[in-house]
Write a protein that binds this ligand. Structure first.
Ligand SMILES: NC(=O)c1ccc[n+]([C@@H]2O[C@H](COP(=O)([O-])OP(=O)(O)OC[C@H]3O[C@@H](n4cnc5c(N)ncnc54)[C@H](OP(=O)(O)O)[C@@H]3O)[C@@H](O)[C@H]2O)c1
Length: 336
């Protein structure tokens, strides 16, 4: 450990995000413990960890260099925890952390959605939970191999506990920016995540789904509804994509031939890439729909409004066995 490293890191929820961010820090010399499921850790214990990104960086961490654990190790005193479970697992993970870690341990939530840090604070009293935002897409491209496929900088709520880590994250190739108020960044990202349920219900890879105007119109309608709710709530979402959120629906509604030209950058996606919600649906797992469309519905309610399209999306994804829907059928289901 070099002098510049403020301490140890514990990744809670070793998966796509946890292995990529935690692995990047480990490759930069930070002592990192990965807490994850036995089925996941077994693979890593055999083949080690491989990290890559679209700018061409690549790291390999041999299996013997990885500290893997099936639970939060007794007596652990990490200087920073990275919370990287999916939203539905937040409360349980926070309770497990609080049961072992010293009070006031900083926990940076790297999760999508808006409420994970408050859920973790409630379930893990004593933890100092800080919201974060991962703007880019990370995918497991092979056993133990994780790839960052889009650009961007990590963001987090400003806090003295995070400041000493900034040079370390930068050196590790995962630069972190601190914001006095993270909420606009979180909502900016959430608006982009509204395509995840559209993608999941299409049954198509992302690129093929985005090339169909009917599906893009559904995505645009969900964004428009969310923007109306945000406006009433006095929240201006930050720009997380190449274009401002307010412009995105107009671009999404363009005819296919024009969209292909205007959104060339957005369409630079691996032909097989799917949203992780599509993977969750395919595997019969709980999705994060409540943390995406569900947040729009809740914010609308808080401000005396309704968000029927996002509400319909929640209902579709919460169904016992959600059916794949054509663009026309999805438009009808969303009332477009
Ligand atoms: N992947 C991306 O590109 C990306 C980008 C930005 C943000 N995010 C967000 O980051 C969060 C994590 O996503 P992900 O794709 O990294 O999820 P993931 O690959 O499913 O990784 C999470 C891992 O944590 C495990 N886990 C859950 N509860 C645990 C516990 N109590 N103890 C130990 N392990 C536990 C999960 O196991 P089980 O499956 O058994 O629960 C899973 O293996 C989500 O909120 C997601 O929306 C993802």
């Amino acid at each position: 450990m070099t002098d510049a490293v403020p301490g140890e890191v514990l990744v809670m929820g070793a998966g796509t995000v946890g292995f990529f961010i935690g692995g990047s820090l480990a490759a930069a010399g930070v002592p990192v413990t990965f807490v994850g499921r036995p089925r996941v850790l077994r693979g890593l214990a055999q083949q080690g960890l491989a990290l890559s990104d679209l700018e061409g960086a690549a790291h390999r961490l041999p299996a013997q260099a990885l500290r893997l654990s099936e639970s939060v190790p007794a007596g652990a005193k990490p200087s920073l925890v990275l919370l990287a479970v999916k939203s539905g697992a937040t409360a349980e993970a926070a309770a497990a952390l609080a049961a072992v870690l010293p009070p006031d341990t900083p926990v940076l939530s790297l999760q999508n959605g808006i409420s994970n840090s408050s859920v973790a604070t409630t379930a893990g009293p004593g933890l100092k939970v800080l919201p974060g935002m991962v703007p880019y897409n990370i995918a497991e491209i092979g056993p133990g191999a994780f790839h960052r496929g889009t650009a961007g900088r990590l963001a987090a709520q400003d806090d003295p506990a995070l400041r000493p880590w900034l040079p370390v994250f930068a050196r590790a190739g995962v630069p972190l920016e601190l914001h006095a108020d993270l909420l606009p960044m979180q909502w900016g990202k959430l608006l982009l995540n509204l395509n995840n349920p559209v993608n999941a219900l299409s049954g198509l890879p992302l690129r093929a789904q985005l090339m169909q105007r009917g599906y893009r119109r559904c995505f645009a309608a969900l964004i428009d509804e969310a923007l109306g709710v945000l406006s009433r709530a006095g929240i201006t979402p930050a720009q997380v994509a190449a274009v401002p959120a307010s412009t995105l629906p107009k671009i999404l509604r363009l005819p296919d031939w024009l969209f292909r030209i205007v959104a060339a950058r957005m369409l630079k996606i691996d032909a097989q890439a799917r949203s992780s919600m599509a993977d969750d649906l395919a595997l019969g797992r709980r999705t994060e729909i409540d943390a995406f469309c569900g947040e729009v519905v809740r914010l609308a309610r808080q401000h005396g409004m309704t968000a029927p399209r996002n509400g319909a999306m929640v209902a579709l994804l919460m169904a016992d066995a959600p059916a794949r829907l054509s663009p026309e059928a999805l438009s009808v289901a969303l009332g477009i």
